[in-house]
Design a protein around this ligand. Structure first.
Ligand code: GLC
Length: 802
């Protein structure tokens, strides 16, 4: 069973059946203004912060057929009443003769045909603007004329997204709407009372409205025994023109499209936006009363996405890999960079969340080739919630820049830091410098998180000092084996051990961070700092190898009593994927142990649906381990295929030169290659999900938590930098592929520091790794690091072999 197809030429996935197993969504706009549009026209929109400034009420837990956030109704007279239906399928569920949802780059276009009426609706947020446009064209496909009305509608939420669900008296008392007549047009304004003059929402259309409604109760009718599927008010000639003084606020406009002759179309553009004052913003709102303005805005958005994607394009023998690398994976990276883990159908953006420090640091790494300035801006925000001791706040709210300790805050008896957060910022900062060569960034002053009574930072320092303190924190917070203390958790949020436990993951992440910094100090000519960090690196490598080798693989933790977790001695949780990939990535594993550790992953953790995070799963709640044991075996971090960890194994395999295995691991989790197995997988085939149920679970292969996962950034890095081997370094772009031996080669076009490199890799001897010769613009070069050009297009020919 398939629900759609990839259209790479248009950079779209086209859904052709509205009854997908779960909602499939697309993102519009950015964190500044935007959100998600589902494939049946539901909209979840916010501005600056999904938790603190949310605009539409979209409840993901409602059944798929229910109204969520917005829809469009069409109606025409039939047998003395109105025949009403939604061209988006939801919420009226009228059978459609044709249905397509084009999931595009920053836009979604739904095309449907029902009862001889064709509707095409394109949702998008114009670049840099605080409004969602929906550009609608309705065409009469019948042989005779038809009089049509269009009724677009949205439902608002309280700006404090959690309050909406926790207080059903105060919230409705605050909600108010009013109608502003602007010439022929009606602009419906809405806000919570205390946001008047500060954050006012509005909804309007480019066509004059004959009537409107802002109160949900009369819209649905009969004290809400009318439903979204059959709103009783739509059987009346006009809507009630109520300006809601309280209650559940909506915005509905009745737009008479007039009588359309056979083949004739009507067009209108709706706007849903937020401004300080709707009255004052009318001149700007009016711009989109001319649909040509929407055409221009969409053309501009398309051009922006073309530029974003054109930075890196590849042509390999694998069409699914091409789809992901050329379109959907960098698109998903853009999404995670914006939304972190804050707002999706699974991560609901209510209450305590915000941007994750470790998550966003990794997300930055996924967009650096494309939008390095935006990556730097986010990294700068993250560094401003780093603490003076070098550790970091676990999360931050983008609107207020307030940090939180995440789940650790709920267990004050446990360590109040995560042992890995701060180290990811080192990787991200170094990746930014490798991409851009912008070493001046290291001198920029950024405050630490601690504030005085007047909310002024207690201390600021250069970016370089922030990075030094990050590694110093880990160096100084070690346990009985001299390995880093685990803190409340490391990357695996769900293993929460009593204070005193040590994390091998953090040891290896520290090793990798040190390698990046050592290379940086060498480039900066600071031999003293480089040597000091080399000594730290050697010390940690020695401890890891002295204590953590279990005979055939590395252990994952030592608990507070010094007992290993992730060892053959354990009954459950004997072997952990991250315990094996990371000693290779850090360079701590000896060559022989590296091979053995990765072989253990292949032998005991690999499945046809991806690599499991650990095995065997814990079978029953155990407070000594915490969250991991709340899941049944095979789910999420408890022996599930936690996809984020898969690219790390791919990277490790390429470091050992295992191109076939690295590619096998890549291909087996490529969602684009799952398009025909969706009944098992269920989630969107055009993005990576966070988790897939593992083979200990009866529903093995079922995916969840699509879109917002560190998988996006790391898969993109694994494929582009390690399989295709096009790696930014401080000194230039290095070409070091590790591909399946059967590939005859591939081509890639990559922009880097102002120049375009057109790279052709040939593999005449059928090897996986090893660069035999490189020419640039026809002339051979020494080594495999390409010279830095400030501009122009340069032809690079790479021959693999002995
Ligand atoms: C979730 C969290 C991430 C964590 C991972 C593993 O994806 O957002 O921070 O590393 O789970 O527990």
């Amino acid at each position: 069973m398939t629900y759609g197809y990839f259209d790479d030429a248009h950079r779209e996935y086209v859904i052709t059946d509205p009854r997908t197993p779960v909602k499939w969504v697309n993102y519009v706009g950015t964190l500044d203004f935007g959100g998600l549009v589902d494939h049946t026209g539901g909209i979840l929109i916010c501005r600056d912060d999904p938790g603190l400034n949310r605009i539409t009420k979209y409840i993901p837990q409602l059944p798929a057929g229910d109204f969520r956030g917005g829809t469009l109704y069409l109606r025409f007279p039939e047998g003395g009443a109105y025949r009403v239906f939604s061209p988006f399928y939801v919420p009226t569920l009228d059978p459609l003769d044709r249905y397509e949802c084009h999931v595009g780059m920053g836009y979604t276009r739904i095309i449907s045909e029902c009862r001889g009426i064709r509707t095409e609706a394109t949702f998008f947020v114009p670049r840099g603007e605080d409004r969602l446009l929906t550009d609608v064209r309705v065409t009469n496909l019948r042989g005779e004329p038809l009089a049509l009305d269009a009724i677009p509608v949205v439902e608002y939420t309280h700006f404090d997204a959690l309050k909406q669900y926790t207080n059903a008296d105060w919230v409705p008392q605050t909600m108010q709407s009013r109608a502003i007549r602007d010439g022929d047009h009606t602009v419906l304004a809405q806000c919570a009372f205390m946001k008047r003059g500060a954050n006012e929402n509005y909804f309007t259309a480019s066509l004059p409205a004959a009537s409107f409604e802002t109160d949900r109760r009369p819209f649905l009718g009969a004290n809400e025994y009318g439903t979204w599927a059959r709103p009783l008010s739509l059987q009346e000639p006009a809507l009630g023109n109520h300006e809601a003084l309280r209650g559940d606020n909506i915005a509905a406009l009745l737009l008479p499209l007039g009588e359309l002759g056979p083949g004739e179309s009507a067009r209108f553009v709706t706007q849903l936006g937020q401004v300080a004052s709707v009255g004052a913003a009318l001149p700007d709102i009016r711009r989109y009363f001319d649909p040509a303005a929407a055409d221009a805005a969409l053309a501009d958005l398309n051009a922006t996405w073309r530029d974003y994607l054109d930075i890196f394009q590849v042509e390999t023998p694998d069409a699914s890999l091409n789809s992901m690398l050329n379109v959907f994976n960098p698109r998903q990276c853009h999404t995670t960079k914006n939304w972190s883990r804050y707002l999706s159908l699974y991560q609901l953006g209510l209450g305590s969340r915000g941007l994750g420090f470790r998550d966003s640091s990794q997300d930055v790494m996924g967009v650096l080739a494309h939008i390095p300035e935006e990556g730097k801006a986010l990294l700068t925000k993250l560094l401003s919630v780093q603490k003076r001791d070098g550790s970091a706040m676990h999360q931050l709210y983008p609107l207020t820049m307030e940090g939180s300790m995440g789940d650790a805050g709920e267990m004050p008896d446990r360590p109040q830091y995560y042992s890995d957060d701060h180290l990811w910022a080192v990787l991200a900062a170094c990746a930014y410098l490798k991409e851009t060569g912008d070493f001046a960034f290291l001198e920029e002053e950024i405050p630490f998180y601690e504030k005085d009574g007047q909310d002024r930072p207690l201390e600021s320092s250069s970016v370089l000092e922030h990075l030094r303190r990050a590694v110093a924190f880990t160096r100084e917070n070690v346990g009985r084996h001299g390995l880093p203390l685990a803190g409340f958790a490391d990357w695996n949020d769900t293993i929460n051990l009593a204070a005193g436990a040590e994390s091998l993951f953090t040891a290896n992440l520290y090793g990798r961070a040190l390698r990046d910094l050592i290379a940086l100090f060498e480039v900066l000519g600071d031999a003293i700092s480089a040597a000091a960090l080399e000594a730290d690196y050697a010390a940690m490598r020695e401890r890891v190898n002295a204590h953590a080798w279990d005979g055939a693989w590395y252990v994952r933790y030592f608990d507070a009593a010094g007992e290993p977790i992730g060892s053959r001695q354990n009954e459950k949780g004997q072997l952990f994927t991250n315990g094996q990939s990371w000693p290779v990535i850090s360079g701590f594993a000896t060559p022989e142990r590296a091979e053995q550790a990765l072989d253990a992953v292949y032998a005991y953790l690999n499945t046809p649906s991806g690599i499991k995070l650990s095995t065997p799963g814990y079978d029953g709640y155990n407070p000594a381990y915490g969250g991991v044991s709340t899941y049944p075996p095979g789910a999420k971090e408890n022996g599930g295929i936690f996809l984020h960890a898969n690219p790390w194994v791919i990277i490790a395999e390429t470091q050992l030169g295992h191109g076939d295995r690295a590619y096998q691991y890549y291909a087996q989790v490529n969602p684009a290659a799952r398009n025909t197995e969706i009944d098992r997988f269920e989630c969107e085939p055009y993005v990576y999900p966070q988790n897939i149920l593992g083979d200990e679970h009866p529903q093995f292969g079922l995916a969840r938590n699509s879109w917002l996962s560190g998988t996006a950034s790391w898969m993109y890095q694994a494929a582009t930098q390690y399989i295709l081997g096009i790696q930014p370094t401080y000194a230039g772009l290095r070409i070091d592929p590790c591909i399946p031996a059967a590939w005859e080669g591939f081509t890639a076009a990559r922009r880097f520091r102002g120049a375009t490199y057109r790279i052709t890799v040939r593999n005449p001897q059928g090897v996986s790794k090893g660069v035999a010769a490189v020419t640039v613009d026809g002339a051979p070069i020494k080594g495999n690091t390409l010279p830095i050009f400030a501009d122009g297009t340069h032809t690079v020919e790479v021959t693999l072999g002995e």
